[in-house]
Design a protein around this ligand. Sequence first.
Ligand SMILES: Nc1ncnc2c1ncn2[C@@H]1O[C@H](COP(=O)(O)OP(=O)(O)OP(=O)(O)O)[C@@H](O)[C@H]1O
Ligand SMILES: [Mg+2]
Length: 484
Amino acid sequence: SQRAAFFDKIPVGRLMTRMTNDIESLNEMFAQGAITLVADFIKMLAILGIMLVYDATLTLLVVVTLPFLIALVEYARRLMRASFRQIRVRLAAMNAFAQEHLSGIKVVQLLGRSTTAQREYDEINAGHRDAYLGQIRADSAMYAIVEAIGSAAIGVIIWFAAGHRAESIPMIGVVVVFIEYINKFFIPVRDLSAKYAVMQGAMAASERIFQLLDNDEPDGADDPTSTRKDADTAAPNRTGPAVELANVHFSYGAEPVLRGLDMRVPRGATVAVVGATGSGKSTVIKLLTRLYERERGAIKIEGVDIRDLPLDELRRRITVVSQDVVLFAGTLAENIELGQQYTREQLEEAVRRVGLDRALARRESGLDTQVAERGSNFSAGERQLVAFARALLRNPEILILDEATAHVDPEAERLIEHGVAELMKGRTTLVIAHRLSTIRNADQIVVVDKGTVIEQGNHEELVAKGGYYAALERTFRRQDREES
Ligand SMILES: Nc1ncnc2c1ncn2[C@@H]1O[C@H](COP(=O)(O)OP(=O)(O)OP(=O)(O)O)[C@@H](O)[C@H]1O
Ligand SMILES: [Mg+2]
């Protein structure tokens, strides 16, 4: 399993290409018997040996063609390897484009991008075709030239025999034998060129597969700066805050995203994080769950540095309900379980508690309802509730909510509010809040701006302070008035 940053950087389509086409190409090499190359080579040596027994001079004439053949094969190899690399790159681009545009097909259609997308795809496609043409040219040229050299060799032998020793009758027999053997000699050479093409393709593919394997930076790999010697030295400190971030710095690239962020979530409390879009709120979650590693500062849960906790334990103790809920093809029950085992009663209870039962009442098969790919047959609100049910069953010590910014209708809103309340009961919660109701009910509100905390306190305190939060709260109230 790779680190999150890896998947953020590399397009899905490219990874898919490596996992399917490139591997397929390697497979082809073995299936098409590139291994028989060795046999072909031995065959050629044997034929030369037999020729040598018949007539040394004539054999020499055949051997003279060998440097040409070798030079040719080497030249074709370079050409082919280059075009195979091109083909692989273009194929990956094609798959990446197709994957992205098919998953985002609704946006493509609704924003009238169909024609542009089609044109772009045509371009990528044409690039792929041209790269293929290059390879086919190299391949067929090689085949043809090998044939030509073979014919030339036969010509030279007939000419040589005619000029020098035409009078000797046994010589005619030898020439006939040579013509046969030259034909036999050039068949493996020709086959070799065909297998060579397959092999060059496989080489180009394996280069890419190895690149991928070499890139292996495992998810949550042990950090060299970790002070952990073994897990049980990390005794939980039952008096400290449940979650503590101190002077945390982080950036995805050159631009710093978090600059000395401090945050504490007392045990059992609810802390709401608010702040402008792009201020780094979701990034805090990624660091807390070690999808990304902080650059400086300390992050602790129950007084233990998160780097000193085994990754699976960390992710068992913290459950994140994020802005976008991912559903997989399968039944609803499977989507709630997500690989864990729960009884039917537990599932039903969770569904009821988060209020998903009402949404399910409209579906005949209830928990066995089939979820379409990417959950397209579930509404945004329903998907949120599914995520709540998942989290509820996992029963984590610490709950992290990244509230969806999208507004849903008031009825769904009430359902979600109810679901959230149920989920938060008796649990330490860090919530990135976009709803005034959530923010107002929090024990603490932390206002984040440009990667640092600029205000902190409860609702009343912050309103009284008349700063960023007070202004934010006014806009919230204005929106509410306009909506009702
Ligand atoms: N995977 C990533 N690679 C590079 N930059 C990223 C990545 N994810 C986020 N960023 C950048 O980091 C900054 C903080 O992003 P973050 O998602 O934490 O914002 P946020 O506060 O959660 O915003 P929102 O309220 O819109 O959800 C943004 O400027 C964003 O462009
Ligand atoms: Mg966010």
